[in-house]
Design a protein around this ligand. Structure first.
Ligand SMILES: [Zn+2]
Length: 285
């Protein structure tokens, strides 16, 4: 089983996770820029974080044979903090980088006017830089949040086929499907979507435009739930080809729209120092 996790926050995970993911078949990941839990106090703090997402983290992933890409944005929650707003001016510098395959995660947390503004501005950046967009939907008041999200996406003029609306469930799946956007599902250990519920949704709605991710981060989460979903699909009678479509070909097609998804030589990926470009072994502790 080859797996592409289209939404996972590896910065918050350990090398044990990389090891287990690689053993389970995870060969590529997309890491969206997000809220780190501790509020940031200045835009400079984002610069170091974004640099790490396109430098250090791909290097770390490469040591386990996992290809790592990033999406860059001001996240919905911190869009409300005036100390973080200047990040919007930093984004163009990053959206030009080869390791960046989309603008994200953007969207709503509490649906404030500040979030409205940051969301629209970043969709405009996605259009300007010809990149797909990864859109987070709020965990509270999901149906209303999703409706409003789709309205803003439509208003922005971005092609719906270049947008994934993420963290969907049984309540929001149909809305997004009818919009023409891609559908993202985050599988969690004991809340929200489970592998079994995901299988039911795939039965009902098919495998087109469906993306399954672990959204693993610093909270209770599990980077192997993509694999568990593949196993649950097989147990439910889906074919190997169906599993490959959902867990590999769909994310490749979606992020491939960036024109930057280089998956060549994947099995032989060497550990390369992001600074020097030299192959190196892990040094220090
Ligand atoms: Zn996330």
């Amino acid at each position: 089983m080859r797996i592409f996790d289209p939404h996972i926050h590896m910065t918050s995970r350990t090398t044990d996770d990389y090891e287990r993911m690689a053993a389970a078949g995870v060969r590529a990941v997309v890491e969206p820029a997000f809220w780190l839990g501790q509020p940031r106090t200045s835009a400079a703090s984002f610069t170091d974080y974004f640099d790490s997402l396109i430098g250090w983290e791909p290097f770390r992933a490469g040591q386990f044979g996992v290809r790592h890409f990033a999406t860059i944005a001001l996240n919905p929650k911190e869009a409300n903090d005036p100390r973080c707003r200047p990040v919007l001016d930093l984004l163009p510098r990053y959206l030009d980088k080869d390791a960046v395959v989309a603008v994200g995660e953007i969207g709503y947390d509490s649906m404030t006017p500040e979030e409205d503004e940051a969301f629209a501005a970043q969709l405009a950046l996605a259009v300007a830089y010809d990149l797909p967009a990864l859109v987070h939907t709020p965990h509270r008041d999901k149906a209303r949040g999703c409706e409003r999200t789709l309205a803003v996406v439509a208003e922005s003029g971005i092609d719906a086929g270049r947008v994934v609306v993420d963290h969907l469930n049984e309540v929001t799946v149909k809305l997004v499907r009818d919009s023409g956007c891609w559908l993202g599902f985050s599988i969690y250990p004991d809340t929200k979507m489970t592998p079994q519920r995901m299988v039911e949704l795939l039965r009902e709605y098919g495998t087109e435009r469906m993306l399954v991710n672990s959204a693993a981060d610093w909270g209770r989460s599990d980077p192997l739930l993509t694999r568990a979903t593949g196993e649950a699909m097989l147990a439910a009678g889906f074919s190997d080809d169906d599993v490959d479509k959902v867990l590999w070909r769909n994310p490749v097609e979606f992020y491939g729209q960036s024109g930057r998804l280089d998956l060549s030589d994947l099995d032989t990926a060497a550990a390369v120092d992001p600074q020097t470009g030299n192959s190196i072994l892990r040094g220090g502790s």
